[in-house]
Ligand binder design. Sequence first.
Ligand code: PLP
Length: 357
Amino acid sequence: MPIRMKPFLRSLPPAPPPRLAPAEPPPIRMAANENPLGPSPKAIAAVQAALNEIHRYPDAGGAALKHALAARANLSPEHVMLGNGSDELIMLVCHAMLGEGDEAVLAQGSFISYARRIQAQGAIARQIPLREMTHDLPAMAAAITSQTRLIFVCNPNNPTGTTVGATELLAFLDQVPDDVLVVVDEAYIEFVTRPDIPDLLPLIRSGRDNLLLLRTFAKIHGLAGLRLGYAFGAPDFIAYLERARPVFNVNALAQIAGLAALDDTEHLTRSLAHAARSRAFLSAELRALGLTVIPGETNFIAAAVADDQAIAAAMAQRGVLVTPLSAWGLPGWVRISFGTEEENHACIAALRAILTR
Ligand SMILES: Cc1ncc(COP(=O)(O)O)c(C=O)c1O
């Protein structure tokens, strides 16, 4: 008799295959929303200085980093949880909140991990189409049922880069029953300039207990390879979620690098300026190629193309990796992560060659 696998896990599409690009020259990576300027130099120095200690287990409580994050957010360390990337936190939240037959509400056309992790629990992902490429919060509120346990709002949204404002989001939160957890994923929050972007920290401070904010060191801080994310939430919920994690989920070098990166304002300022320049350049060039782009506030841009899979494949042939969005529920769109200035130019050149072929 074959081993008894969980049918809902077995039926998930396979994890995305590694992108095997031509070995030489190495591909231009514009598919994972990384920081093209590299890691924070302060983080590199801190990691180098810590290498002789990697025979030791990390601090399982992540105390130093939790204190630093809490102090910056005017919260207590009990409001903070660390994860092996915020992706691990997404998995742990789903594990902690969902069982077979439960429901989670999320946008269709949002970060791909949410639906996978919901389905991996045997739960039902109620995916609500975007409206004007933005979360349709009224429709999401209307989709809440007595089975709903969890809601994901990605703000700014990956892969569209769009945001919802404070008035809309607070009105939405008011409609969510107290026993449903809302996860607001703020992986790209540092890039946002919109003045009315929701600041949800006061809600956490004031004791709101059905709200969890997710953030990451993978984007603006440039530490994607080390895997480090964090959550802010109510102490009681954080203590609950902590029970679900492996003891040493965040490695020692990640903790040290994160601490150093937090203080690297020079790297943050440079990264923001580079993202703003890249956004202006790529939007203008993509529009000049006749493509519709979504105005966003992140380190990537989505553009409408006739066939996203074909365009992404042709770009890969030319050594530029971008993300086709069919699998994300947005056929006909590609997401282009910002590269270095040179890479941005190469990306446009490749796209121009393909479109004018
Ligand atoms: C919205 C969003 N959330 C979470 C993640 C996961 O980030 P991490 O590298 O911290 O796991 C990503 C990564 O692309 C993302 O776009």
